[in-house]
Design a protein around this ligand. Structure first.
Ligand code: MTE
Length: 321
């Protein structure tokens, strides 16, 4: 087990998310320095660079799928793209500027393991094969805060279809790019790079599992995990791996990044449950970032009707860690 400095999730919630920071949008922007940063010429430049249309920019805004509805306002885009977890670019929430180093093209996605035929496919070819749509999803971080995002992308099930996994494949493992020149934090050998996540095949093919290529009606921002990021809204946010470069179908349960770092607190399943506290803080409620409101946490983050069936017969698993 690596010994790491205590940061972020590893400090008590009342330290990690002081409530006075979240009173409302204006207070949030001021308290986090986002308002000041967004006026700085450097970030303005970075934002312009991020906004250069990519080869699939004509596909946005994608048509909204009205099936997925919210019970809260969409989070302000400026907050969502400037208050992030992306350890490749630093352990603070203010990684948006560092993340501008991410090179989004060329981007090749490798699909291998237990599939009929391994393949590498250019991201733009992949996206053009897929039915893009917009979905409004809740996002619940394990740190007990929530946001709501208009993602664009396509069902992960469509990538599984394209990959043609063998029937013996039980899990889908996903890995982020590995390039310490782009993300110098990846030189820190005490972290288990590349960031790795995994789902069972039943989870990966559930209709909610979504591969994100866009947000707020345009290609997804670098800080949010461009150019290809997962959204599994019934699980804690750390399952939603960013900047995915590699999919592997396997019969072995993947060892995830956070499991490798701290298995007692961040496990493989990580389904949201208000009744199962994190070892060091309650999950009973969540702070809606930028709204300034604390709400009761919902089982499976409010998505039980879609996903509860997946977990029948798995009651002995640590489904809530
Ligand atoms: N993916 C990678 N590659 N690296 C990360 O550090 N952080 C995770 C997840 N995916 C992370 C990642 C965590 S802890 C969360 S809460 C979400 O991304 C944050 O997504 P957001 O910044 O869009 O809110």
């Amino acid at each position: 087990m690596h010994v790491i400095r205590r940061r972020g999730w590893e400090i008590p919630e009342h330290h990690a998310t002081p409530e006075h920071l979240f009173l409302d949008r204006r207070a949030f922007l001021a308290a986090t320095g986002i308002a000041a940063i967004s006026l700085s010429p450097t970030l303005a430049l970075a934002q312009r660079a991020a906004d250069v249309p990519d080869p699939t920019a004509d596909l946005y805004p994608a048509k909204r799928n009205e099936k997925y509805v919210l019970d809260r306002p969409v989070t302000d885009e400026k907050i969502n793209t400037n208050y992030n977890n992306f350890y490749e670019f630093g352990t603070s929430k203010q990684i948006a500027r560092n993340a501008q180093a991410l090179k989004l093209r060329p981007w090749t996605v490798k699909i291998d393991g237990m599939v009929e035929k391994e393949q590498e496919i250019g991201l733009d070819d992949l996206i053009r094969k897929m039915p893009l749509e917009e979905r409004l999803y809740r996002h619940r971080c394990v740190e007990a805060w929530g946001m709501a995002i208009p993602w664009s992308g396509f069902p992960l099930a469509k990538l599984v279809e394209l990959a043609k996994p063998l029937s013996a494949a039980k899990y889908l493992k996903m890995e982020t790019f590995l390039d310490p020149v782009v993300a110098p934090a990846q030189k820190q050998t005490w972290y288990p790079w590349p960031y790795t996540e995994g789902l069972t095949m039943a989870e990966a093919t559930n209709e909610l599992a979504f591969l994100v290529t866009g947000a707020y009606g345009k290609p997804v921002a670098k800080s949010q995990g461009a150019p290809l990021r997962l959204a599994v809204p019934w699980k804690y946010g750390f399952k939603s791996i960013k900047s995915i470069a590699h999919f592997t179908f396997t019969d072995q349960r993947p060892k995830t990044y956070w499991e490798a770092l701290q298995a007692s607190e961040y496990g493989f399943w990580a389904n949201v449950n208000p009744q199962v506290a994190h070892p060091r803080w309650s999950q009973a409620s969540e702070m809606l970032i930028g709204v300034g409101e604390r709400r009761p946490t919902l089982l499976f983050n409010g998505y039980a009707e879609f996903v509860a069936g997946i977990y029948k017969g798995l009651e002995n698993e640590r489904l809530w860690v």
